[in-house]
Design a protein around this ligand. Structure first.
Ligand code: ATP
Ligand code: MG
Length: 577
């Protein structure tokens, strides 16, 4: 772990309402504001996504923080679309964001807003700043503006247009709005200080000309506000108390404050926190869009994507994600969290709630020679050993079964305790069986089936009266009763923990894991899964947690592996190979 963890304050405390919540520096600030009455005892936050992509696990952190804070102080949380860039924004993204925030379990009641709701007000305020001599129309090109801006070590230069009269500025700005000029001809800039050590204060652009249709305002506007101009004023209009954003906006805070102070309007407090980074994961929406567009994944909701829709499809629960966000806490310095921590939160949650089932992913036929031809026994199986209230179910047992290919070795290595010629093992909830024969394809030598005998005294998988023990327990399904299924196994989408580390100017796609998806089409699951519906989650005994895919049907079952079991057994396995 890095030094940045020192900044991670995540002790536990109990609030006055009795709710236990992680304490952190943001809570400390809010507590202080509550004590001094800075916002009249109110807590009002917002989650402000730009609708230019699907939400990802990083957004979940911000959502949990904003809505969680409001919830724990009895305050309010808004959902506000920061829709100031008409070019990249789409209704599809808005719909998905609404669905995802609701899915996480948060509610904004009637407080769904759009920055575009405020375009008229923002325009009026811009006129006000022009009249005060605090904003001007600049006619330099974008490149010139960049060149005039200076660098971290060199001050910027005033634009030759900086001293236009108020009248001229008003006239030009109104005509910008009226659509008289082409894109890029002019911009409106705040008149602050071209020599400021903070580059954001060197006369930042407030409006640009953009002849583009907006998904909500249509062709009404041919100028659009920049993020910095829209954001703080939107917060102010909505009466936000604590405007929480990620660290890169720390240098924008003076500008956030400057606009509000110059306008003399209600002034929320901006607070920055470290964004979430995860190993083996990219979070930039631009890069996620690239993965989708270029077909590296099957869509925004591909179960390998870090998007909330991808995680949901993979089998993640809202509780697992919320617990994760709570557990990692809020820091003031950037760091990267191990993806294993997210996976652990999912295991912990599904262990409690997912019913168990038996599924054979790579089937090997087993014929039990001494089992009656037409007998079917209904074996009782526990649905969830963690939760007796989930009860039991019946699983059919018969003469021909499938087990995993992996659970048999003709020549077992040391410490391999599963099935082998002459070896006895337990079939979970079934019987003890002993392997007495191996049938192979005469030509290819390929294993076709095993022959076994069972001990009728071990019904239910119980130890026999003679106290004989076996070292391995296998899962199985009855061949005549099992349902065929497709199972998709996932690995990290990227080979490297830091996917952006590339060599020789390569793109991050050079780090894509070519084996991130393995599709198994010849699996069998126990017949109790006949009614499995998209979104249902199971623990397949010994295999991990699986979710029924969106496109699964009763006749074409498809399961996604959400996460493997934390299994010492697997380590033993690796050590043997
Ligand atoms: P990108 O740069 O990928 O487009 P963004 O930060 O611009 O992401 P927004 O839609 O503007 O995406 O984000 C909405 C909110 O979510 C913002 O308040 C932002 O700070 C927060 N957020 C985005 N990514 C993360 C992250 N990785 N961790 C925590 N918060 C995040
Ligand atoms: Mg953004």
């Amino acid at each position: 772990m890095t030094a940045t963890n020192a900044a991670l304050i995540n002790s536990r405390e109990t609030t006055e309402t009795g709710a236990t919540t992680g304490s952190n520096f943001i809570r400390d600030m809010v507590n202080e504001d509550m004590r001094t009455g800075k916002f009249g005892g109110r807590v009002h936050t917002r989650f402000p996504p730009e609708p230019n992509g699907y939400l990802h696990i990083g957004h979940a952190k911000s959502i949990c923080l904003n809505f969680g804070l409001a919830e724990s102080y009895g305050g309010k949380g808004n959902l506000r679309f920061d829709d100031t860039n008409p070019i990249k924004e789409e209704q599809e993204y808005i719909d998905s964001i609404i669905e995802d925030v609701h899915w996480l379990g948060f509610d904004w009641e009637d407080r769904l807003f759009y920055a575009s709701d405020y375009f008229d007000q923002l325009y009026e305020w811009a006129i006000e700043l022009i009249k005060k001599g605090k904003a001007y129309v600049d006619s330099l090109s974008a490149e010139e503006i960049r060149a005039y801006r200076g660098t971290l070590t060199q001050p910027g230069k005033d634009s030759p247009y900086r001293n236009r009269s108020v009248e001229e500025n008003l006239d030009l700005f109104r005509r910008m709005r009226a659509g008289e000029f082409p894109d890029g001809a002019h911009v409106l800039r705040a008149k602050i200080d071209m020599a400021s050590p903070n580059l954001n204060m060197r006369d930042p652009v407030m409006y640009r000309i953009l002849h583009a249709s907006h998904h909500r305002t249509g062709d009404k506007w041919s100028i659009y506000p920049m993020y910095d101009w829209a954001h703080g004023q939107s917060d102010s209009i909505e009466g936000i108390t604590h405007s929480i954003c990620t660290l890169e906006f720390e240098d924008h805070r003076p500008l956030y404050n400057w606009f509000l102070d110059e306008l003399g309007i209600y002034h929320p407090q901006q607070i920055e926190f470290a964004r979430l980074n995860l190993t083996y994961t990219l979070m930039s929406k631009r890069k996620l869009l690239q993965l989708v567009r270029d077909g590296h994944v099957r869509g925004w909701d591909d179960p390998r994507m870090p998007t909330l829709s991808g995680l949901r499809r993979r089998g993640y629960t809202p509780a697992a994600i919320r617990n994760f966000c709570e557990e990692i806490g809020v820091a003031k310095a950037n760091s990267t969290i191990q993806i294993a921590r997210l996976e652990n939160c999912l295991r912990d949650d599904l262990n409690k709630r997912a019913p168990r089932a038996m599924a054979v992913l790579r089937p090997l036929r087993v014929v039990i020679d001494n089992y009656p031809e037409d007998l079917v026994e209904e074996m009782e199986a526990v649905n969830n050993p963690e939760d007796p209230s989930m009860g039991t179910r019946k699983v059919p047992f018969s003469k021909v079964l499938y087990i995993e290919q992996d659970d048999f070795r003709e020549e077992p290595p040391p410490k391999y305790y599963r099935l082998a010629p002459g070896r006895e093992v337990r079939l979970r909830y079934g019987y003890f069986i002993t392997c007495v024969g191996v049938v192979k394809d005469e030509q290819t030598g390929e294993l076709i089936e095993l022959h076994c005998i069972y001990d009728p005294q071990t019904r239910g998988g119980n130890n026999p009266p003679d106290g004989r023990k076996v070292k391995a327990t296998l899962h199985w399904v009855s061949a005549a009763h099992a349902l065929p299924a497709e199972v998709r196994l996932y690995d990290h989408l990227f080979l490297k923990p830091y996917p952006e580390e590339v060599e020789n100017g390569a793109d991050f796609t050079a780090n894509l894991n070519p084996q991130s998806l393995e599709v198994l089409t010849t699996c069998f699951v126990e017949p109790n899964l006949a009614g499995a519906k998209p979104g249902d989650r199971y623990q397949f005994e010994r295999q991990g947690y699986f979710a029924v895919d969106l496109n699964s049907t009763p006749g074409g079952l498809v399961f996604n592996r959400a996460v493997k079991l934390k299994d010492s057994w697997e380590k033993i396995e690796k050590a043997q190979q």
